[in-house]
Design a binder for this molecule. Structure first.
Ligand code: NAD
Length: 363
């Protein structure tokens, strides 16, 4: 980032009292003053969510792309007015270090490639947003955090729901015990996998089926609502179609115990649709259904509806918050350490399912 651009945005950010709500500053920040984001991997999520969200971001703009497909590079450069010199492939990606137009690298690749590209981006001196799950395992997650610390760049995980009003309300109701202390919480996510060739079903690329892909949401819904980390868990894995689910579970259920005494129950699955978060305190309850999808949550409670107006793209607030953190040199609430917590829990869930034993967790 050039000095003048950083100074300009810093001034603006301070003037807004640090609160950068979507739409609030849109007219004030000129395109060439925003932080430049390069999307790495131009699949579904980049195409249908992140690129359109970047068009509406207050502090970020789509400044570059990294893709293995030259035809895609050409199409995106035209569509988003990206200069050709800001289009990279996976081989020449490291040259991004010499490009001052790129401030943030956003890794949107299959899970097995998250660690490599986050570390390469950090080594190139760029701040990083990495999609969920952060990595395949705790060891990779720790290496990513270390690489970003060494390079003195910020790292955040693509946890859009940390900024979504329904989820913030679930957190408030749970942590402030508005309906009393939560005793039981259910949190599940599943869909029917349409493409049997998807990298999500490849153990090496996806990291282990539905729990890697969808478990993060379930775990976060629970731990963010409770404001606690689990101390023990049990898990069960099921495979019905062995021709498609090779070496991975198609469905996983897991139960977690929390210091307050709350117990959670979750299902992650690639066979059926489910998308809900439900907390009960005894007679009273509050929840979201749908909860986790990117197209909007709906809330309800024993005291009535929980309804919030939300922008079309949840990622606008997520990316603006990260840009704000970079400008103020503050840690993001969705920093790499949050991703690491979820990886620790996922590893424990896999261990519990494989062994059939309760796994204890210490923090
Ligand atoms: P996708 O399959 O649609 O896109 C993946 C991209 O990676 C494609 O452009 C593909 O060409 C590229 N790629 C490079 N090397 C590849 C390889 N060896 N095999 C397969 N593809 C390769 O996937 P997606 O749905 O865009 O997911 C990408 C990442 O984003 C995943 O980590 C996923 O978990 C995450 N995601 C997050 C959310 C969210 O709400 N935060 C939503 C969807 C996806």
């Amino acid at each position: 980032m050039t000095h003048s651009r950083r100074a300009f945005i810093q001034k603006l950010s301070a003037g807004a009292g640090g609160i950068l709500l979507s739409g609030q500053l849109k007219s004030q920040v000129k395109e060439d003053r925003k932080l430049g984001v390069a999307l790495v991997g131009l699949g579904n999520y980049s195409t249908n969510q992140l690129a359109p969200a970047l068009l509406q971001s207050n502090l970020c703009r789509l400044a570059g792309i990294v893709t293995g497909t030259p035809e895609k590079a050409e199409k995106w450069c035209k569509q988003y007015n990206i200069p050709k010199e800001n289009a990279y492939n996976y081989q020449n990606f490291d040259e991004i270090r010499n490009n001052p137009a790129i401030d943030i690298v956003y890794v949107v690749l299959p899970n097995a490639m998250h660690a490599e590209f986050t570390i390469r981006a950090a080594n190139a001196g760029k701040h990083v947003i990495c999609e969920k799950p952060m990595a395949l395992n705790v060891k990779e997650g720790e290496a990513m955090i270390k690489a970003c610390q060494t390079a003195k760049v910020h790292l955040s995980i693509g946890y859009r729901l940390y900024f979504e009003p329904h989820h913030l309300e679930m957190r408030r109701l749970g942590m402030e015990k508005v309906y009393g202390g939560v005793k039981m919480i259910e949190s599940s996510l599943g869909f029917q996998m349409a493409d049997p060739q998807s990298w999500r079903l490849n153990k090496a690329l996806g990291g282990g089926g539905a729990v890697m892909d969808l478990g993060v949401y379930c775990i976060q819904g629970i731990r963010r609502t409770l404001g606690e980390l689990p101390t023990a868990l049990t898990a069960q894995g099921y495979v019905r179609d062995e021709a498609i689910f090779k070496g991975i579970y198609e469905m996983m259920m897991f139960q977690m115990e929390f210091p307050s005494g709350a117990i959670s129950n979750s299902t992650t699955t690639y066979t059926s649709y489910i998308d809900r978060l439900y907390a009960t305190t005894g007679y009273r309850w509050f929840g979201l259904e749908p909860s986790y999808n990117a197209t909007g949550a709906k809330g309800n409670s024993s005291a009535g509806e929980l309804t919030f107006k939300t922008p079309l793209f949840q990622q606008i607030a997520q990316m603006d918050n990260f840009a704000d953190c970079i400008l103020k040199n503050q840690k993001s609430v969705a920093a790499g350490e949050e991703g690491l917590i979820d990886l620790k829990i996922i590893e424990a869930i896999k261990r519990a399912a494989d062994t059939g034993k309760k796994v204890k967790l210490s923090w």
